[in-house]
Write a protein that binds this ligand. Structure first.
Ligand SMILES: N[C@@H](CCC(=O)N[C@@H](CS)C(=O)NCC(=O)O)C(=O)O
Length: 207
C-alpha cells in the first residue's frame, strides 16, 4: 500500500501510526499539499491528504475512511476501535473530539497562511480558538478520568492515537498549551516505537 501525505499533518500521522501498530507495511509518498497539489488532486479531487492507495490500485481518501478500512482489514480482535456498544461509542466519541480539535487548529492555520492580513476576520479566529480550547478542556476531563494505561483500557485505541496526533499539531501550529492530564498521556505515547518512528509527540524523551 502507498500512503500519501506528509507527517506534519495530524491526519496523515494518525493513519501512519495506526498502520505501524497494526503491522501493515506501506510505502510513504511524502507529497506536499502545496507544491504537489496537482499530483494530490489526481488521486483525490478534494486535494487533501491522507490518501491510501491499495495494492490493487483502489484509492481511499480521508483519514476516518482509511482508518475504518484498516480496522476492517485486520478484523475486530485487532481493530483500534472496539466492535460495538459502549466501548465503541466511548472510543469514537473521544476520537471525534480530538480530530475536531485538529480541524479547529487547521482552520486557524489556513486563515493565517492563506488570507492576506488585511482581510482577516479576528472574530472568526477567536471563535475557532475558543472551540479548540473547549474541545481540549473536554479531552482533559476524559484523560483525567482514565485510570488505565491507555484512555479506555489496557490496549491502545484510536482515541489515544488521534489525541496524540491532534494535540501535537495544535501545539505546533496554534501554540496550544496542553493541560496536565493530556500532557501526561502524550508523554506516555512518546514511549511507543510507532510514535517515535512516525512523529514524536512533545515531551517525549529523545533517545
Ligand atoms: N477530514 C480530512 C482532513 C484532511 C486535511 O484537511 N488534510 C490537510 C493536511 S493537514 C490537507 O490536505 N489540506 C489541503 C487542503 O485542504 O487544501 C481527514 O481526516 O483526512
Amino acid at each position: 500500500m502507498k500512503l500519501v501525505g506528509m507527517f506534519d499533518s495530524p491526519y496523515v500521522r494518525r493513519v501512519a501510526i495506526s498502520m505501524r501498530l497494526l503491522d501493515l507495511p506501506f510505502e510513504h509518498l511524502n507529497w506536499s499539499i502545496g507544491k504537489d497539489q496537482d499530483q494530490v488532486k489526481q488521486l483525490n479531487p478534494l486535494g487533501q491528504v491522507p490518501i491510501l492507495v491499495l495494492d490493487d490500485g483502489e484509492v481511499l481518501v480521508d483519514s476516518a475512511t482509511i482508518l475504518d478500512y484498516l480496522d476492517d482489514r485486520v478484523g475486530p480482535e485487532r481493530a483500534l476501535v472496539p466492535r460495538s456498544g459502549e466501548p465503541r461509542r466511548r472510543v469514537l466519541g473521544a476520537t471525534t473530539l480530538a480530530a475536531g480539535l485538529a480541524d479547529k487548529a487547521r482552520l486557524q492555520m489556513y486563515e493565517l497562511l492563506f488570507r492576506p492580513a488585511a482581510l482577516r476576520h479576528p472574530p472568526l479566529l477567536a471563535r475557532l480558538h475558543g472551540q479548540l480550547l473547549a474541545a481540549a478542556a473536554e479531552l482533559e476531563k476524559v484523560c483525567a478520568a482514565s485510570t488505565t494505561p491507555y484512555l479506555f483500557g489496557d490496549r491502545i485505541s484510536q482515541a489515544d492515537i488521534t489525541l496524540g496526533c491532534a494535540i501535537t499539531y495544535a501545539r505546533e501550529t496554534v501554540k496550544l498549551e496542553p493541560p496536565p492530564a493530556i500532557r501526561a498521556r502524550c508523554a506516555k505515547l512518546g514511549e511507543l516505537a510507532a510514535f517515535r518512528e512516525i512523529y514524536l509527540p512533545f515531551d517525549a524523551p529523545v533517545v
